[in-house]
Write a protein that binds this ligand. Structure first.
Ligand SMILES: Cc1ncc(COP(=O)(O)O)c(C=O)c1O
Length: 369
């Protein structure tokens, strides 16, 4: 008799449950300052809460496939209609749906542009893809996109190219002309716009979906809308592509409450504007306050996090993280790269948390009396 282990699909063997240890830690210790997971520090607006309560009372009913909210998303993005939109439990689920409709296990490759969000690799690997990482270029204290590097990494096994715009953790946008060059290859191109609302939908590449059937835009309500715990994300693409990808959806995958609360969030344009202003002011405050430290690189961010490289100060990112921890602040570490071990990332917190973070970092680098 064979052992049960021998029956697992070879490419999933040994893959553990994904656990964000810092998120687990933060839920266990509510007094800690959660400045590590690109969450929104502001709680949901009254309008969103009202929708949650209203539909909580109907939680005995199965949801539909989100026709009303998908129609709203289509309108907001100037695409034809709900047939251009697929919804999921956060955009992380959307990648799963997209990836599983393209990837042939143990055969195909997925290109990602690193450093980047980890879920592409996690889902790609689970679904049997080989991940191909193309590094961004570190030059003149900026991390630049490398469209040529991406084009050069394409092989006849490339099934998907995933690029976040703006990218996490670097916080910058790639230019439209470079997306066009990549889209022209015909290879499915997933443009992850998780943070685009901080700059406005005018920065979206959604118009490319009209010309290029291979372009898929993903978005989430976890960031500027501040609904990470609710789990709601979506994809926008050509209707035939959405129809095919939607074949992988679990029936009733998005619950009644998140679906209608998402609609309320989209309608609450004031609530969104307030969150965007709060965030963008905070990013400017943190970036300016810390740019005085000699040898300390602050990456310009169009998102709700900021990346730093303190390699030239002689300190490591780990040391900054450890010092911040003594003040109850959880930051996000980054692996050693480009010859520097000075990387770390902060997520915008409340006004008080941002001040505490700035004071803590200045103090650590001996800039504060
Ligand atoms: C680039 C990027 N895409 C997507 C997400 C995930 O969002 P969701 O909560 O919609 O799964 C994140 C979360 O940090 C992210 O950084």
């Amino acid at each position: 008799m064979k052992k049960v282990e021998e029956y697992y699909a070879p490419w999933v063997k040994g893959i553990p449950m994904y656990i964000s240890s810092h998120i687990e830690l933060a839920w266990r210790n509510p007094n800690l300052h959660r400045m590590m997971s690109n969450e929104n520090p502001l709680p949901p607006s009254e309008k969103v809460l009202d929708a949650m309560f209203k539909y909580a009372k109907m939680a005995n009913r199965y949801p539909d496939q989100g026709l009303v909210v998908r129609t709203k998303i289509a309108e907001m993005n100037n695409v034809d209609g709900p047939e251009n939109v697929m919804i999921g439990n956060g955009s992380s689920e959307v990648y799963d749906n997209v990836f599983r409709m393209f990837i042939i296990p143990q055969q195909d490759e997925v290109i990602q542009h690193t450093p980047c969000f980890g879920i592409y690799g996690l889902r790609g690997t689970l679904l049997g893809a080989k991940m191909v990482s193309v590094p961004m270029i570190y030059k003149d204290k900026l991390l630049h996109f490398d469209p040529d590097g991406i084009l050069n990494a394409i092989t006849d096994k490339t099934k998907i190219i995933a690029i976040a715009n703006p990218n996490n953790p670097t916080g910058n946008f790639m230019e439209t002309k470079d997306f066009v060059r990549i889209a022209e290859t015909g290879i499915p191109l997933v443009i992850d716009e998780a943070y685009v609302e901080y700059s406005g939908l005018g920065m979206s590449q959604v118009q490319l979906t009209k010309k290029y059937k291979n372009v898929i835009i993903t978005r989430t309500l976890s960031k500027a809308y501040g609904l990470a715990g609710m789990r709601f994300g979506y994809a926008i693409a050509d209707k035939d592509v959405i129809a095919q990808i939607s074949g992988s959806l679990l029936p009733w995958n998005v619950g009644t409450i998140p679906m209608w609360a998402a609609l309320a969030a989209f309608e609450d344009t004031e609530g969104l504007a307030e969150r965007i202003k709060f965030n963008n002011d905070a990013v400017a405050f943190i970036s300016e306050s810390l740019s005085v430290i000699p040898g300390f690189t602050v990456f310009p961010s169009k998102s709700n996090y900021i990346l730093f490289d303190c390699g030239e100060t002689g300190k490591t990112g780990k040391e900054v993280l450890a010092y911040a921890e003594t003040k109850g602040i959880i930051l996000r570490g980054e692996s050693k790269k480009y010859g520097s071990d000075g990387w770390f990332r902060v997520t915008v917190g409340s006004k008080e948390e941002n001040e505490l973070f700035v004071d803590t970092v200045l103090e650590f680098f001996g800039m504060k009396k």
